[in-house]
Design a protein around this ligand. Structure first.
Ligand SMILES: Cc1ncc(COP(=O)(O)O)c(C=O)c1O
Length: 319
């Protein structure tokens, strides 16, 4: 984390060439979103959402901003809210890491934990109930799962990727990225698809909670507990633009955590488990194609998971 956190530190992140994933002449580039001020990609999402809502006159400093999060979005909103003069309340499923909760509280926000059984859906219902009883004009539920401002936050990141690739005279063949709300994937994919006609996009879901995969392949969807915080909330968000997703694959938490740890050991960049999922899929593609360029994204930072470094979340049995 940077010591002096400023809004101009959000975005313009590095495009890292992944040395350990390059086989058969393929090249993997990862957009390093974990380098944002609070350690995750959600700084972009929430800075954009808050700025836009202010510009539209929906929120003004002094109000209380509310949202649901497994941690990254909560930290981003807590930081932005404090800097801009808002109170922040974050609804969060039980059992998220202590590091994440501490970070949110250090930025002065309140956390309201909701029961593990209903995971993020339970947090959304609780936030809606909380807001319903409050005076209008004093509280605002940003609702990153349902607000399309989430997706539009990622247009800028897509443009940065285009310019960084052009700077190296590279045309990407694949864009590979995990899907939670899908805002990150879809905003970037919309830009890349418009720029590169032959680009193939691959969305990733965690195997235990994969609503998009179930929809695409006509399977029954069930949400099961998992250890890939940020993915698999149990619902498909309107921020997931299916028109820009060519293929959906599922990855297990086990493989993702394993891949993350190996990457940290070899490349010394502290990334989180959902980055491991992205890398794993990039490598699977690299095994069957030659001379291709694959673009992916590193969402957040390893330090956010230190107290659960085994990858086991006891609250979420079966993870
Ligand atoms: C660690 C992590 N990875 C991936 C995602 C997915 O991002 P998005 O919600 O934009 O799909 C999230 C979302 O919270 C996350 O926290």
């Amino acid at each position: 984390m940077k010591t002096e956190l400023e809004f101009h530190h959000v975005g313009n992140t590095r495009l890292h060439r992944v040395n350990s994933a390059n086989t058969f002449g393929n090249t993997v580039f990862a957009k390093c979103e974990f380098m944002n001020p609070t350690g995750s990609h959600k700084d972009r999402t929430f800075l954009h959402m808050v700025t836009e809502l202010e510009a539209r006159g929906k929120i003004t400093p002094g109000m209380t901003l509310v949202d649901c999060s497994t941690g990254n979005g909560g930290a981003a909103l807590a930081w932005i809210g404090r800097k801009k003069g808002y109170k922040v309340v974050i609804f969060m499923p039980e059992g998220m890491t202590e590091e994440r909760k501490r970070q949110i509280r250090e930025f002065g926000a309140e956390i309201i934990e909701t029961d593990r059984e209903h995971f993020l859906n339970g947090s959304v219902l609780a936030a809606k109930k909380f807001i319903a009883g409050k005076p209008a004009g004093q509280f605002y539920f940003l609702d990153q799962g349902s607000s399309l401002l989430n997706k539009s936050a990622w247009i800028q990141c897509g443009k940065e990727i285009v310019s960084q690739l052009e700077g190296q005279n590279v045309v990407p063949d694949y864009f590979v990225c995990s899907i939670g709300t899908g805002g990150t994937f879809s905003g970037i994919a919309e830009v890349l698809k418009a720029r590169y006609q032959n680009l193939k996009t691959i969305g990733i879901e965690v195997d235990k909670s994969a609503p998009l995969y179930a929809k695409k392949y006509n399977l029954d969807f069930t949400h099961k507990p998992h250890n890939m915080m940020g993915l698999g909330a149990g619902v498909l968000s309107c921020n997931t633009n299916e028109e820009v997703i060519d293929e959906v694959v599922v990855v297990s938490g086990e493989k993702s955590w394993e891949r993350m740890k190996k990457f940290i050991e070899v490349e010394r960049l502290g990334i989180g488990p959902t980055c491991g999922a992205n890398l794993y899929v990039c490598e699977e593609i690299s095994k069957v194609v030659t001379g291709k360029t694959i673009v992916t994204l590193f969402f957040d930072s390893a330090w956010k998971y230190k107290s659960r470094w085994s990858g086991v979340y006891p609250e979420y049995s079966g993870s």
